[in-house]
Design a binder for this molecule. Structure first.
Ligand SMILES: Nc1nc2c(ncn2[C@@H]2O[C@H](COP(=O)(O)OP(=O)(O)OP(=O)(O)O)[C@@H](O)[C@H]2O)c(=O)[nH]1
Ligand SMILES: [Mg+2]
Length: 391
């Protein structure tokens, strides 16, 4: 199956009303629909490191497989302990680098304790360790360091885990689904998850199989991506919108958002992916909102933002967060409109306009991903109908 692209939503400005209109249209045609949707759909998750790809895979497991048993939850404990330890260790290390002072002697003592442990988490959270971590997280100096964490690499889940630390350091701790969604392990190599999704009765019923591929987003992982380009029907590209004031872990001279945009250009223009559908998740909307509320401005990193705010595209925006997310989206749209240097042989018509679909997401929010994935599935069903000349 060739996913030319999700034609039926092409002119959509208001997704919600458009969707219900097309649903009704599909229902009307239901009697004519054969039960022969292509059995499996292959989706490839791409994006820079920490954009949220593996978090989407976890959400698919929660939404479409059985989620996590208690034993599987317990298996995540070492990773969560390591995430917490790395966060507090990084914060303590950067206190002196940034020239910040601790609020009390007790905090200084706790910092020395954490530093003496190195960057490996303890196997068990004993009382002494927990007290030190809590003292530090309540320290005003550490909070100032946290507010400046765009200046050094720090996990996006630092606040989540340290705010929940008292619960996590209990002896009988079992990670919640939310804890698992916030935990982070760098992906190396290629992983995939397969799951089935119900096809609505009015479309003939039955199930569709999805194979979703997850890859590592760090620079040294990207040369492996090409191994999975064959037969991909849709690319789901994740971009972390809150990255505008951060630099890469692997190259501290490179702004993360600039890296993500140039990676998107490379993927969009890749001739092996030219017949795949494109969906972009503009992710980490929760962190973006938090950053802007804390007084960070994208204009300090992207001066062209000022012109965007005076452009017609920004007319419907109502606050800085809204402007910022639309500005990033516009940058992606601009890339899709750039002339392609080497058109693909796979494209039947070189002049055919390819579509790209955008969603603002919070990958750690199951409700959000449930809704967005439903939309993605609908688009795939619509496209399949179009392929069968039923639309
Ligand atoms: N608050 C918040 N955290 C997120 C969101 N998306 C992902 N994260 C967190 O960001 C971290 C990185 O997410 P991953 O899914 O591991 O990123 P990745 O793209 O797989 O990264 P690589 O494997 O290095 O390519 C994890 O701690 C996630 O919990 C989001 O929308 N909001
Ligand atoms: Mg990953």
């Amino acid at each position: 199956m060739k996913l030319v692209i999700f034609r039926c939503l092409r002119q959509s400005k208001n997704h919600a009303s458009e969707k219900s209109a097309t649903d009704k249209e599909l229902q009307r045609k239901s009697s004519a629909i054969p039960k022969n949707f292509p059995e499996a759909v292959k989706i490839l998750l791409l994006g820079t490191a920490e954009s949220g790809k593996t978090t989407i895979i976890k959400q698919m497991r929660i939404l479409h497989i059985n989620g996590y048993t208690d034993d599987e939850r317990r298996d995540n404990i070492p990773e969560i302990y390591q995430n917490i330890h790395e966060s507090i260790y990084q914060l303590v290390q950067h206190m002196s680098i940034l020239g910040l002072e601790y609020q009390s002697c007790a905090s200084k003592h706790s910092a020395a304790y954490i530093l003496s442990m190195g960057d490996t988490a303890p196997e068990y959270m004993n009382e002494e360790y927990c007290d030190h971590v809590m003292t530090l997280w309540n320290d005003f100096g550490i909070r100032t360091c946290y507010e400046r964490s765009n200046e050094f690499p720090l996990s996006d889940s630092t606040k989540y885990f340290l705010d929940n630390f008292e619960r996590i350091c209990q002896d009988d701790y079992i990670p919640t689904t939310e804890d698992i969604l916030h935990s982070r392990k760098v992906t190396t190599g290629i992983h995939n998850i397969s799951f089935r999704v119900q096809i609505p009765k009015y479309l003939g019923g039955g199930e569709q199989i999805f194979h979703m591929y997850d890859v590592g987003g760090q620079r040294d992982q990207r040369n492996k991506w090409i191994q999975v380009f064959e037969g991909i029907q849709a690319v789901l590209f994740l971009i972390s919108c809150s990255d505008f004031d951060q630099t890469l872990r692997e190259d501290p001279t490179q702004n993360r958002l600039i890296e993500a945009l140039s990676l998107f250009r490379g993927v969009w223009q890749n001739r092996f992916l030219s017949s795949a559908g494109f969906i972009v998740f503009l992710n980490k909307q929760d962190i973006l909102r938090r950053k802007i509320a804390a007084g960070k401005h994208i204009v300090d990193y992207f001066p062209e933002f000022e012109d965007f705010c005076n452009s017609p595209q920004a007319e419907s925006c109502f606050d800085e967060c809204d402007w910022t997310k639309k500005f990033i989206k516009q940058k992606l749209i601009d890339i899709t409109e750039e002339p392609v240097k080497r058109p693909s042989r796979n494209l039947m018509n070189h002049n055919a306009k390819r579509e790209c679909y955008y969603h603002f997401t919070v990958a750690t929010d199951t409700g959000c991903i449930r809704k967005v994935f439903n939309d993605v599935h609908q688009m795939i069903l619509h496209d399949n109908l179009a392929q069968m000349n039923l639309m």
